[in-house]
Design a protein around this ligand. Structure first.
Ligand SMILES: [Fe+2]
Ligand SMILES: [Fe+2]
Length: 285
């Protein structure tokens, strides 16, 4: 059975965690930089959330996943069972059970609050959003990595590896953001601000920081853990319902895992560069 241990070697988790933490540490220098960082992060994360169902559709229409034990070979298609293990990561992205809104709506509600905390007007926020010129390339890379050829098992497993790595790193990502942006400032003005503000939705009222916490923190299990487990199960289903060996599936998945490691590192390095350039401007102003 394929486990996280089989995939770790492709991922260099410690290196990625270090890059993520370093960027977050630069982000807490000022409320403006924290808002800038989260603006970029929310848009980068969004590329993953709407890409997961694309991969599910690709797997679902594939003829590559067949149950070798099926009594009637023509009735052996199990593609949707493989797809379901990927799809589990998408469900709450579209509807958070406590608020009945999508994770994206929660993310933008947090951005609204961070803008208020930084004292930014709507026009200031527009300026921040329009000022970047590097994110579209990162978003396109994420889309590309989630796309696969439904007639090509190796390519689909590569994309499933990318997804498994994204969900695995996702838990760390939100834990680090929570630890650096929130926990380290919990006793200060930011902690007070978050405590005093609430997001009200028809189905329920939550903290602005809720979007971060539901994905997982150092102290709490979030949704990413289950997503990562299911994403690895999808790889096991690919072994069960295809003629590829476990070693072959791990090797194909490894290609996607390496893609995720490269993109994730690139995103956090580039956002850090932007934070550093912006902090120089803020000092000069
Ligand atoms: Fe999410
Ligand atoms: Fe997830």
């Amino acid at each position: 059975m394929i486990t996280l241990d089989d995939l770790q070697g492709f991922l260099a988790v410690d290196d990625i965690n270090r890059v993520m933490k370093s960027a977050c540490q630069d982000a807490i220098a000022t409320p403006e930089l924290m808002h800038l960082f989260m603006q970029r992060f929310v848009r980068y994360s969004a590329a993953y959330s709407h890409s997961v169902p694309t991969l599910c559709g690709t797997i679902g229409k594939s003829q590559c996943f067949l149950d070798p034990a099926a009594a009637i070979p023509s009735n052996a298609d199990r593609a949707m069972d493989v797809a379901a293990k990927v799809f589990s990561a998408a469900i709450e992205e579209f509807r958070d059970p406590r608020t009945n809104v999508s994770h994206r709506t929660l993310a933008f509600a947090l951005l609204d609050q961070l803008a208020e905390y930084a004292g930014l007007s709507a026009a200031d926020v527009e300026h921040v959003v329009q000022a970047e010129d590097w994110l579209a390339e990162m978003v396109a890379s994420v889309h590309n990595c989630y796309e696969a050829d439904a007639n090509n098992l190796a390519d689909m497993v590569r994309a499933m590896g990318f997804h498994a790595a994204a969900e695995t790193i996702g838990g760390n990502e939100f834990s680090i953001i929570n630890a650096v942006l929130f926990c380290s400032q919990r006793q200060g003005r930011f902690g007070q601000f978050i405590k005093q503000h609430k997001l009200r939705f028809e189905a329920g009222t939550v903290s602005p920081w809720y979007w971060i916490v539901i994905h997982g923190t150092d102290a709490t299990e979030g949704v990413e853990l289950g997503h990562a487990d299911d994403a690895i199960q999808a790889l096991n289903y690919a072994v069960r319902y295809s003629t590829a060996s476990e070693a072959q599936v791990i090797a194909w998945a490894g290609q996607g895992i390496r893609q995720l490691a490269a993109i994730q590192t690139q995103f956090f390095s580039r956002v850090q560069q932007e934070l550093r350039a912006a902090s120089t401007l803020l000092v000069a102003a």
